[in-house]
Design a protein around this ligand. Structure first.
Ligand code: 6PG
Length: 249
């Protein structure tokens, strides 16, 4: 099932995703005692993470039983300004009382990305329940969308798009001339819930291509989880979507 929630502003988008997170966390804790969430990188999610760590939400979520994973990471030290882990730490994790054992940084061996990926897959298999396909099931995977249609570090034309067995893999991103680690489609598409956050006018053309035209072979278009896919977009990103898609729920 695909749901598209169109907020009037980026702040309202963050509010909607925070409410979604709170609702899913409550259900997960009731059903299996933990809430496993994979964080998105980039810059859009920073506003969500700050909101979750604010007085408005911090006391409404059971952080002790939340487990944090990372959907992708840049091949830089975890304290590097480009690190997704650092962004999440500064925007949210350091502001909350969360045991370090609840947080699983994706990059564990900067000098050997393949080892890091294999090690992380072991962590996922240790921490998460697996489904009937023997794939670990994450309760909520947060994603963004680049203006080129990438998501996580699944970039157009990259080798990782063809990965059908590994759950986490290293990938060299030609356009950035840099290495990354990323969840693969097999892992993402077995999540209970996937939320894609898209904000800003720069994404409007691509969002229309992905949601309406359904052309361009965009990596984000292959995010088709067995569970629920929820798009959270703001008015600027949705500005080229047709009226029947733009009723703000
Ligand atoms: C990253 C992200 C990446 C991001 C998109 C969108 O490591 O950069 O995982 O996939 O989600 O690039 O980024 P913005 O939402 O900041 O535009």
């Amino acid at each position: 099932m695909v749901d598209i929630s169109i907020a009037k502003s980026a702040d309202e988008l963050f509010q909607r995703v925070a409410d979604y997170w709170r609702q899913l966390a409550k259900t997960a804790l009731r059903d299996h005692g933990k809430f496993h969430v994979a964080l998105a990188g980039g810059s859009t999610p920073r506003g969500l993470y700050r909101l979750l760590a604010s007085n408005e939400y911090a006391n409404q979520i059971d952080w002790q039983h939340t487990r944090f994973y990372f959907g992708d990471e840049r091949a830089v030290p975890l304290d590097h300004e480009q690190s997704n882990f650092r962004m999440a730490r500064e925007a949210m994790l350091d502001k909350l009382v969360i045991p370090a054992t609840n947080i699983f940084p994706l990059l564990t061996d900067l000098d050997n990305l393949d080892n890091s990926a294999r090690h992380y897959e072991k962590i996922l298999r240790r921490e998460l329940p697996v489904d009937e396909h023997d794939i670990p099931v994450i309760d909520l995977i947060l994603l963004g969308m680049g203006d080129d249609g990438h998501t996580a570090s699944l970039f157009p034309g990259s080798t990782i798009l063809a990965e059908q067995s590994r759950l986490v893999a290293p990938v060299f991103v030609e356009k950035l001339q840099s290495w990354r680690l990323s969840f693969t489609y097999p892992l993402i598409n077995h999540a209970r819930h996937v939320a894609v956050m898209v904000s800003g006018k720069s994404k409007a053309e691509k969002l229309k291509e992905v949601l309406v035209d359904k052309t361009g072979g965009n990596p984000v278009a292959r995010i088709q989880p067995l569970g629920e896919l929820a798009w959270f977009v703001d008015g600027d990103a949705a500005s080229l979507l047709p009226a029947d898609l733009t009723k703000t729920k």
